[in-house]
Design a binder for this molecule. Structure first.
Ligand code: HEC
Ligand code: HEC
Ligand code: HEC
Length: 111
């Protein structure tokens, strides 16, 4: 069990959603853990999941995605459309989690 302060460094990349951090805090019984169960839209399993779709595609209950490939509309579809964001086409999207500075955090000696 990691102390919360140390674990928070990991959660920024491994569990970027606030909803998931709250569940992890409850699982770990950290002092800051919410006292109430999560809202209905949060699946109970989320606290144990890896990087879920929503981690990259949902912010503030809005779905985001890349500019549609030719012929595909951003409206309609199974989720009633999504907000187009150019950020999905940019390598910096991945770099925030995958590019480590030399002095960055290490696990078992590896960045
Ligand atoms: C800056 C973002 C970032 C931070 C901070 C971070 N990680 Fe990671 N971690 C990653 C990425 C990205 C991978 C996947 C790398 C790969 O597989 O090439 C990974 C992989 C791992 C793995 C291997 C998972 C596997 O399935 O092989 C473990 C274990 C891990 N991290 C633990 C931690 C711990 C513990 C911390 C906090 C001390 C931490 N990480 C902090 C981004 C991060
Ligand atoms: C690590 C971040 C990340 C995660 C997690 C993620 N996506 Fe994406 N997704 C992206 C990016 C970036 C693109 C844009 C890729 C491109 O333009 O080639 C994308 C594109 C898409 C597209 C559009 C594909 C197209 O043909 O234009 C769909 C649909 C999609 N994701 C669904 C999902 C689903 C479903 C999940 C979970 C199973 C998921 N994504 C998880 C980052 C992510
Ligand atoms: C929010 C942080 C985050 C972002 C943004 C992100 N990743 Fe990751 N990625 C991770 C973590 C954490 C893992 C390790 C997952 C695990 O093992 O649980 C991972 C794993 C991977 C892996 C699997 C590596 C392996 O060894 O199996 C690939 C490939 C990958 N990411 C590519 C991308 C690409 C491409 C993008 C940009 C479109 C991206 N990631 C954006 C955090 C991120």
């Amino acid at each position: 069990m990691l102390p919360q302060k140390q674990a928070n460094e990991c959660l920024d990349c491994h569990a970027p959603l606030a909803e998931r951090k709250a569940l992890v805090a409850q699982i770990q019984a950290w002092a800051s853990a919410p006292k109430t169960p999560p809202p209905a839209h949060v699946p109970a399993t989320l606290g144990h999941d890896g990087l879920v779709c929503a981690a990259c595609h949902v912010r503030g209950h809005t779905r985001f995605g890349p500019p549609p490939r030719s012929g595909k509309p951003a409206a309609g579809g199974p989720h009633g459309g999504f907000e187009v964001s150019a950020a999905f086409e940019d390598a910096r999207f991945c770099a925030a989690c995958h590019q480590f500075p030399e002095e960055g955090p290490r696990v078992a000696g590896k960045l």
